[in-house]
Design a protein around this ligand. Structure first.
Ligand code: SAM
Length: 254
């Protein structure tokens, strides 16, 4: 996958792109990130790309022209099929695992990082074809959101993770939160690893993990349960979980 990132702070990306799985994905050719400095398209010698808002108000607004020019240089030819041109914005659709999986199916993404008070509305209306928010909070710029999107999408590209089962079993990938994980030592300061994980019995381990995933999701994110397709075994496990939680509650009241 190729990702073009339009930003006024390309240097922010260097640690991210040169570390761990993202670095390896780039080295192995699964991911190419092309950082485009929007200031290279400024029409003035000071390389300014922002200006005061029409109508007044606080802060500065990123101008439309340098962003349009940068995208046009990347994607010459108006009629060509356009990849997703994504404006990172707190007003966009909220990013989640389904959206990451959808974007992982694309060959190319263009990400536009805003700054200051945001970008001229004409970028949103006439250039971007998608707008993504990484959550209901406001950051100083679109660079961290762009890294979040690149990270979540890259680990879903076939071949990037050594063991693809990892991504399949992650929280949200199956519609549930993931079961708890442990590693050595089996006893740490008197805290023990659940016996079942040491049993070597794969079927018992699978059932235990499924039950844990269901219970965690039921307790922490019941909204997710409403959307997931549960098997007959899941429904049975969930009934057991709810029954035993209710009986615990009764004991507490007594
Ligand atoms: N005034 C804008 C508003 O209220 O919608 C917020 C501008 S914000 C300070 C500057 C830039 O950071 C935005 O243009 C966007 O690119 C990025 N940004 C901030 N929060 C974001 C979020 N939650 N998701 C995606 N991008 C975000």
């Amino acid at each position: 996958m190729r990702v073009d990132v339009l930003t006024i702070f390309p240097e922010i990306f260097s640690g991210f792109l040169n570390t761990s799985i993202i670095k390896r994905a780039r080295e192995q050719g699964f991911l190419t990130v092309n950082l485009v400095d929007i200031r290279d398209y400024a029409g003035n010698k000071h390389r300014n790309v922002d200006d005061y808002p029409f109508g007044g108000g606080p802060g500065m607004v990123m101008q439309a022209e340098p962003i349009f020019l940068a995208v046009e240089a990347l994607l010459p030819g108006e009629n060509a099929v356009r990849p997703p041109i994504i404006l990172l914005s707190p007003q966009g659709e909220v990013f989640n695992q389904d959206l990451a999986a959808e974007l992982a199916g694309e060959e190319r993404l263009v990400l536009i990082c805003g700054h200051y008070e945001g970008v001229d509305e004409r970028v949103r209306q006439f250039l971007a074809n998608r707008e993504i928010s990484i959550g209901d909070y406001v950051l100083t710029g679109g660079e961290l959101p762009a890294m979040v999107v690149i990270d979540a999408v890259t680990r879903l590209l076939p071949g990037v993770l050594g063991d693809p089962a990892g991504a399949r079993e992650d929280s949200f990938a199956m519609g549930l939160l993931e079961y708890p994980q442990y590693t050595r030592p089996r006893s740490f300061r008197g805290m023990e690893v659940p016996e079942v994980l040491l049993s070597g019995n794969h079927e018992r381990i699978r059932q235990w993990r499924r039950r844990q995933a269901l219970e965690r999701t039921w307790r922490r994110r019941p909204d997710l349960l409403a959307r997931v397709d549960l098997s007959a075994e899941d429904r049975h496990l969930l009934e057991e979980i709810i029954r035993s939680a209710r009986s615990e509650d009764r004991k507490t009241v007594l």
